[in-house]
Design a binder for this molecule. Structure first.
Ligand code: DX5
Ligand code: ZN
Length: 217
């Protein structure tokens, strides 16, 4: 399994230290939550923060854009050093075109699906994406409760990948902890975003271990 700590729960006054701390603890990606105050009711990190973090870690920067009409900002995130850009199917009228825009930047492209959005919305582009991010909470804030009804989407995505020889990774985001990770793993997720569980832990190494333990039961 791959773990992608969300720096949304990090200490923003010490981002360099926080990014180094997760790298040392064994993170596989840095998950960066960009929110625009329109698509979601919160305002967070933009391309300037991606650019500021870039020199301080070797980890791939996994940018999750919770931004209406993400087309406008894809070039800026790519230029800032994003390795993966994921955009919400609900945030654009032209998901296929927007995914192509990301691919034109020669970086990995992901599509994100909210808990209330049917999988059918992304079926036509599953052959075009490197990652499908299944939201396991409603986007906007860290520290929310994992929504169990999202598990069936993860299972179906895994089946669709097998049947059609698709190559996307399945990432889950929201409410992931030592209590919930095994269900998402069993359903078929490959990459696990965790914010409050990792940054809220008194012992970060122990938090990583507890998450990875789900693989060994
Ligand atoms: C929510 C964000 C998540 C969030 C996860 O909109 O996309 O990445 O930081 O936080 P936790 O792990 O606390 O649910
Ligand atoms: Zn996220």
């Amino acid at each position: 399994m791959k773990i992608a700590p969300s720096i949304l729960s990090a200490d923003f006054a010490n981002l360099e230290k926080e990014v180094k701390r997760i790298e040392k603890a064994g993170a596989d990606y840095v998950h960066i939550d960009a929110m625009d105050g329109v698509f979601v009711n919160n305002l967070t990190l933009g391309p300037n923060i991606v650019q500021a973090i870039r020199p301080h870690t070797k980890l791939p920067l996994d940018c999750h854009l919770m931004i209406q009409n993400p087309e406008n900002l894809i070039p800026a995130f790519a230029k800032a050093g994003a390795d993966i850009i994921s955009i919400h199917v609900e945030a654009t009228n032209h998901i296929h075109g927007a995914i192509q825009l990301i691919k034109n930047e020669k970086i990995a492209a992901g599509v994100v699906i909210n808990p209330g959005t049917p999988l059918a919305m992304i079926k036509p582009i599953l052959g075009d994406v490197d990652m499908v991010l299944v939201m396991t909470v409603n986007p906007g804030f860290g520290g929310q409760t994992f929504i169990e009804s999202t598990l069936s989407k993860i299972k179906e995505l895994k089946e669709l990948r097998e049947t059609n020889n698709y190559t996307y990774k399945i990432e889950v985001d929201g409410g992931i902890s030592d209590q919930t990770i095994s269900r998402a793993l069993e359903a078929g997720a490959d990459i696990f975003v965790a914010g409050s569980y990792i940054f809220g832990a008194t012992d970060m190494d122990q938090a990583f271990k507890a998450l990875r333990d789900a693989e060994h039961v």
